[in-house]
Design a protein around this ligand. Structure first.
Ligand code: NDP
Length: 437
């Protein structure tokens, strides 16, 4: 009982923190809805040396329609047989589990198209800004539609009204966790089957453009190979992605949907875009070193994620050759309705048993997977060092994103695990780099 009271106090604290400020209600939405796109287009325009096209045109419209149909078809034409985790709103979303096949099919198609029609890479690269402009218009209309149809009745509306969240904030954050349109889950469509696959396809197109216009370029192909392995890994593990913050914590609104429809296609691809416009020359040896180091980071990032996955599946598993150690099995109360609605906690009545792993990488720092992810991004940016700091833009962004994500995740874990999370933090004080941060 005392335990429960303590937990409820923690929850009240979190609720207090959630009271909207002017920044939350208006500042953050304006920043991300107006300022970020302006900066994005400015940077894309400043970086191009191959085209002055900026306004939407037929090519950009065709690209949008093709990608939407390709992604939608991959979800709709096959039975959606994968049940996602039960969400805070009580829904159990249905997903499509064919991510890796979808990735293979997409890569084969784009490579064949680039080999057969040599003009396609040039047409797409020189119209990249119009393509992103078109995605932007579509993204805004799409998120506007989601807001319009959901605004009168959605899970947690009373709480939002009580907290006096502005309409702008609700548009920005989103209303529903798992809306569906045309029989498919919106977040799987926008995040995986549009944004992530566009990333893959466009960097291959940039690489062909660079090859057809200037011959084989080590820097371009090294970064494309590293990013391709990374994206392939994402699709291999796509069903695991449904357990992450993007899916369980973020509602389908401007932040995540516009982010995946526009920001991801425009910015995650930026290193390759920049190198397609401003070729970087590095030696074959340097290319090999960066490639090997980048592959090592990918492997380590995978190993950290895998340790947690194995441990969650079987807490008696071995890690680094020894029986996994964890903060003693404990029961924390999971009380229906008691958690702040945005904490991403699955609501269940009664008690729930959980364990926090302290062996292996999870005993070195609390987010060692992010550390390796940052190392990898450093590698795929480093190939562009001879042409300046612009190719490192994504690296700067990913550091900011992951550090912010650490705090979001820790807020969630503190609410969920209470004093056991504090115990874990005491045992493993580092967030990213052991002994430093
Ligand atoms: P994590 O894989 O670090 O998952 C965090 C969750 O794991 C916590 O919320 C908690 O969830 C659980 N957890 C934390 N510590 C422990 C522990 N010691 N023992 C057991 N469970 C623990 O984060 P993400 O889901 O964000 O990242 C997954 C992958 O995606 C990573 O490889 C990351 O690098 C990558 N990524 C890439 C991004 C990009 O834009 N490029 C963005 C974000 C992630 P629970 O409630 O289940 O216990």
């Amino acid at each position: 009982m005392v335990e429960l009271e303590k937990e409820q106090k923690t929850e009240q604290k979190v609720e207090q923190k959630e009271t909207p400020t002017i920044y939350k209600n208006y500042g953050a939405p304006v920043l991300f809805i107006i300022i970020v796109p302006i900066i994005l287009f400015y940077v894309l325009k400043k970086s191009t040396t191959v085209s002055q096209n900026i306004y939407p045109n037929w090519i950009s419209l065709i690209v949008l329609v093709l990608f939407l149909l390709w992604g939608y078809g991959s979800l709709r034409l096959f039975p959606q047989n994968f049940d996602g985790p039960k969400n805070v709103d009580g829904s159990v979303p249905k997903y499509q589990g064919n991510g890796f096949l979808f990735w293979i099919a997409s890569v084969i198609v784009v490579v064949c198209v680039c080999l057969k029609w040599k003009k396609v890479p040039e047409m797409v690269t020189t119209n990249f800004i119009p393509i992103i402009m078109t995605f932007n218009i579509f993204g805004l209309l799409f998120v506007g539609y989601l807001y319009f149809v959901g605004r009168k009745d959605y899970w947690g509306k009373e709480e939002d009204d009580k907290k006096e969240y502005s309409a702008l904030f609700r548009f920005y954050r989103g209303l529903e966790f798992h809306p569906r349109i045309g029989g498919v889950d919106i977040k799987q469509l926008t995040n995986c089957r549009f944004g992530m696959i566009f990333w893959q396809v466009i960097i291959i197109i940039f690489a062909f453009f660079s090859y057809y216009s200037g011959g084989f370029n080590v820097a371009m192909w090294v970064t494309v190979v590293l990013q391709t392995i990374y994206i392939a890994k994402f699709f291999w593990w796509e069903t695991g992605y449904f357990n992450t913050l993007d899916i369980t914590l973020d509602r389908a609104g401007y932040y995540i949907c516009w982010g995946c429809l526009v920001f991801l296609p425009a910015f995650y691809t930026f290193t390759c875009y920049y190198l397609a416009n401003n070729p970087s020359i590095i030696s074959g040896l340097m290319g090999c070193v960066i490639l090997v180091l980048g592959c090592w980071f990918i492997w380590m990032n995978y190993k950290v994620d895998k340790e947690k996955e194995d441990f969650k599946a079987n807490p008696d598993c071995k890690i680094w050759g020894k029986k996994a150690e964890f903060i003693a099995p404990f029961h924390h109360s999971v009380v229906k309705g008691a958690y702040p609605q945005n904490a991403g906690i699955k609501e269940e009545e009664g008690k729930k048993s959980s364990k926090l792993l302290v062996s292996g990488w999870w005993g070195k720092s609390r987010h060692m997977n992010y550390t390796y992810e940052i190392g990898l991004s450093g590698c795929w940016s480093a190939v562009g060092a001879p042409v300046g700091i612009a190719p490192f833009a994504y690296l700067g962004y990913i550091i900011a994103l992951l550090v912010h994500r650490i705090y979001r995740d820790e807020d969630k874990c503190r609410v969920k695990y209470g004093k056991y999370w504090d115990e874990y933090c005491k045992k493993v004080p580092a967030r990213l780099i052991p002994g430093i941060y």
